[in-house]
Design a protein around this ligand. Structure first.
Ligand SMILES: Nc1nc2c(c(=O)[nH]1)N[C@H]1C(S)=C(S)[C@@H](COP(=O)(O)OP(=O)(O)OC[C@H]3O[C@@H](n4cnc5c(=O)[nH]c(N)nc54)[C@H](O)[C@@H]3O)O[C@H]1N2
Ligand SMILES: Nc1nc2c(c(=O)[nH]1)N[C@H]1C(S)=C(S)[C@@H](COP(=O)(O)OP(=O)(O)OC[C@H]3O[C@@H](n4cnc5c(=O)[nH]c(N)nc54)[C@H](O)[C@@H]3O)O[C@H]1N2
Ligand SMILES: [Mo]
Length: 778
């Protein structure tokens, strides 16, 4: 079979496109250091532009005022940062507003639009242009004869899905993807449907995001999530922020950084790049400061580790703690905690002692002095929190690295007491809730037992396929039906051309979406686009207006409801679409899908009998601020096999590319994008304008290669299996980034990530640790 290239699917143009997948541009690109504070007026102006472009100033403003007000408004569809537990009124941020207002656009992608454009033609559009057509209005079905999407009734669409699913030899030939936007209620019925149908093939965006976090924390302390919340943040003495670009990706976190600093707490930023959140900010709530450009200092110790050098840094911090203990510093190690609650402490001490400073320095890319400074900050703090995001979770040895962070926290009993603990920062607004309520391709037996008992079904026990295995399965023919609840699988997954080709081989692809994206164009032989309500819109079912819940990064679960009129009369809610799919596909199901669809309280009651911590769910979630999910580890009950918190004993692996001239490459987000949705070609805090097809490189590394800022380069990535992928004619830009490291944007650079190039610890694709060669464009 012919091996398709990027160009076949319009994934990468033949000609270099400076704006990448963003808007086309011939404006001059530029990059210069950004000297202003993060947030503040730059943010305000940028919001204004997006609101004007989507032509929704009124609805945008109204949305802003009700967003993140539990029970009154809806949860911001942006990131998973928690709402203010003490109730500051305007708990919103620039990127959340942008996100919500683009959802509320008045533009529509109608059947008339589809009648005017073939898929072949749309494939040549940029991803920006596709989404910029606005909200999808009607169910559409692909017609291979015309190469166009045509209208289909909802009933006929469900019939097609049922026929294809029931026509498979085995339910494991279907895969059911979830993007982290789905509410708890929709997620719960979705996972129940796929298990009633007969498969655990539940790839989700977590497989690319925080899978490593869940695995590491479970192994160490028997919980998949962080143990702190914002009240802990507000009383901590030291906060480590590792591998997160909070000014762009969780802007509301800036408020907390400022708060910690103001109260005398210490901040340590660990990042190969100097990101905006490590300097100064204007707290979005403080309007007087905004008006007077009065920035708050949020600087701290900045540690520019090499890519994946974090584990070595934390090993070094552990060394400092052990050294202080040996020197007789009282309380350096919390022996009460160690004795009572932990396992394998002495083995860990030995391991740390055996790791040399030289190796730690080499692997972290930091000096001993820098690491000792961080160690001292850690030792001086009675209460410490370590927070991390993708810079850590997407590493090859991420599970080991996160467990090393846990080791460091355990040494000083920094868990299960106020102001202390691990604090992973989640991405999508409900990605954490998706896991809590059952999306998992390797579910726990206890969950399946409870689910089966509640619903009268027999869930499959066989491990399902995650994201990478789904990509491979589509290519090998093991997966024949792909159903995507939200998201943009083709562009989010690794190895774009491979994934696109796999999708095109499926018998049926179904995308439940709000906007047109490339996953609709890299479709199966049969293909459906099913348009759904967005979170900002009201959802009316038989029992009246419905509310849905989400869980934030810090385990708070809240209820919300949209207020806006749906973008089209022909939209259905995600819950309704899933229940209707289930009823069409499984006519003999013991589950009362109709009751779930009619009244989401019924779903919540069912969840309360299945999910630990969800007892009295309907009642608890309807409290003014919702509730925090109970979590044994927060109370120092560690439900690991040993009943104790487990020190991990992983050796420090080499993270430096061995091939001559090879550099490490990480793929990250710009300020003006939401994953695969790109708003503009700018990246404000990194000072980048009008360009996305670029990589940052340390100036000394450029000099060694005879490169100057602005030169066109080709980037070749070598996967672990030896296969090579290449993108051409990107610009290289000199930047303050650690030696040997480069950085560019996802999803443009996903083309470089081999599909099988994943972490053997987490099954996550190596999105932050590619090995590349960069040469002048030939
Ligand atoms: N505006 C906006 N907000 C978002 C998103 C968005 O696309 N746009 N996406 C959402 C989602 S789904 C997620 S998961 C989160 C992602 O939030 P982030 O994790 O902040 O996302 P990235 O842009 O991938 O940035 C990774 C950061 O880690 C650093 N980094 C890379 N490699 C390493 C390393 O080896 N060590 C260390 N210490 N640092 C490293 C990078 O320099 C960068 O600062 O954001 C969420 N919020
Ligand atoms: N190279 C590289 N690749 C990455 C990453 C990286 O750092 N580097 N990050 C990974 C991470 S952390 C993540 S989370 C994934 C993101 O992967 P996804 O979640 O799959 O991608 P998104 O771009 O968030 O999805 C955008 C689409 O979602 C649909 N959508 C928006 N709102 C709704 C809604 O309310 N309901 C429904 N049904 N659909 C909606 C719209 O049609 C829109 O086009 O990408 C991963 N890919
Ligand atoms: Mo994510």
């Amino acid at each position: 079979m012919e091996n398709k290239t990027q160009t076949n699917f319009g994934l990468m143009p033949n000609e270099p496109r400076q704006g990448g997948f963003g808007p086309k541009t011939d404006k001059a690109w530029s990059q210069e250091p950004y000297h202003h504070a993060a947030a503040g007026w730059g943010a305000t102006m940028s919001v204004g532009k997006v609101v004007m472009r989507t032509m929704e100033p009124y609805r945008g403003t109204r949305a802003m005022l009700t967003m993140n007000h539990p029970c009154v408004g809806f949860d911001c569809p942006g990131c998973a940062w928690p709402n203010d537990p003490d109730g500051i009124m305007l708990d919103i941020c620039e990127n959340g507003i942008k996100h919500a207002t683009t959802e509320m656009t008045s533009k529509r992608t109608t059947p008339e639009f589809f009648s005017k454009h073939t898929v072949a033609e749309l494939s040549k559009w940029t991803d920006f242009d596709l989404e910029n057509e606005g909200r999808l209005t009607d169910p559409m079905s692909y017609n291979p004869e015309t190469d166009k999407y045509e209208t289909i009734s909802w009933d006929d669409a469900y019939k097609m899905i049922a026929e294809e699913l029931n026509g498979l030899d085995n339910p494991n030939q279907a895969a059911f993807y979830t993007s982290g936007r789905l509410s708890n209620e929709a997620t719960y019925v979705y996972q129940a449907f796929t298990r009633d149908y007969g498969t655990n093939n539940q790839p989700d965006c977590s497989n690319m995001c925080h899978e490593a976090t869940g695995r590491a924390l479970n192994a160490s302390i028997a919980t998949g999530v962080g143990t702190v919340d914002l009240r802990d943040w507000r009383q901590t003495d030291a906060l480590f922020v590792v591998g997160a670009n909070s000014a762009s990706n969780t802007p509301r976190m800036l408020t907390e950084l400022a708060h910690i600093k103001k109260h005398g707490g210490k901040l340590v930023h660990v990042n190969p790049l100097r990101e905006a959140a490590s300097t100064k900010t204007i707290v979005p709530h403080e309007f007087i400061n905004m008006a007077t450009f009065n920035a708050t200092d949020i600087s701290g110790l900045d540690l520019q580790v090499r890519l994946s050098g974090d584990m070595a840094l934390f090993r070094g911090i552990a060394k400092c703690v052990f050294e202080a203990d040996a020197a007789g510093v009282e309380g350096a190690i919390d022996y009460d905690f160690i004795d009572k609650y932990s396992q394998a402490f002495q083995d860990y001490r030995k391991l740390v002692e055996e790791t040399s400073w030289d190796y730690i320095m080499e692997q972290s890319g930091l000096t001993e002095e820098e690491i000792r400074e961080a160690g001292q900050i850690y030792l001086d703090a009675d209460k410490a929190i370590i927070a991390w995001c993708l810079g850590l979770a997407q590493q090859e040895f991420a599970v080991d690295a996160i467990r090393e962070i846990m080791n460091v926290l355990l040494l000083r009993g920094n868990i299960g007491r106020p102001g202390a603990g691990p604090s992973p920062i989640r991405g999508h607004s409900n990605v954490q809730g998706n896991r809590t309520v059952g999306i998992n391709h390797h579910p726990e037996e206890s969950f399946l037992v409870a689910l089966d008992k509640e619903l009268g079904i027999t869930s499959p026990r066989e491990r399902g396929k995650g994201t990478v295995d789904t990509c491979i399965g589509m290519m090998t023919g093991d997966i024949k039906v792909f159903i995507g609840m939200g998201g943009n699988f083709t562009m989010a997954a690794p190895d774009t051309a491979f994934t696109a080709e796999g999708m095109s081989k499926c018998n049926l692809t179904v995308q439940v979406s709000t906007k047109l994206n490339r996953s609709h164009l890299t479709h199966g032989k049969k293909a459906l686009i099913l348009p759904c309500l967005a979170r900002s819109e009201y959802d009316k079912q038989a029992a009246g207006k419905q509310m849905v819940s989400t869980e934030d990064s810090m385990s708070w679960i809240q209820l919300g409801a949209g207020k806006n009129r749906p973008a089209s009369k022909n939209l259905r809610s995600e819950v309704a679409i899933i229940c209707e799919m289930a009823m069409a596909t499984l006519p003999n199901s013991p589950v009362n899908w109709q009751a779930f669809k009619d009244d989401y309280d019924v779903i919540r009651d069912s969840m309360s009998r299945v999910i630990t911590g969800f007892e009295n769910f309907n009642e608890n979630v309807k409290q003014k601020r919702g509730f925090r999910r109970p979590q044994p580890a927060r109370e120092r009950r560690f439900l690991t096999p040993s009943g104790k918190a487990e020190f991990s004993l992983a050796p420090l692996q080499n993270v430096i590319p061995e091939a001559e001239g090879a550099l490490s490459l990480q793929t990250m987000r710009s300020h003006d994008q939401w994953n695969t949705t790109i708003y503009t070609n700018n990246d404000r805090y990194r000072g980048v304008k009008n360009i996305r097809e670029m990589i940052f490189m340390n100036k000394r590394d450029m000099k060694m290669r005879g490169l100057e800022s602005g030169d066109l380069v080709d980037i070749k990535a070598t996967a672990k299996d030896g296969s090579v992928r290449e993108v051409k004619a990107f610009r290289v830009i000199g930047y303050d980034i650690s030696r040997g490291c480069t950085a560019g944007y996802m999803p443009e650079l996903n083309a470089l990530i081999g599909v099988s190039d994943m972490s053997h610890q987490s099954e996550q694709p190596l999105m932050k640790s590619l090995h590349v060669h960069v040469t002048k464009h030939a």
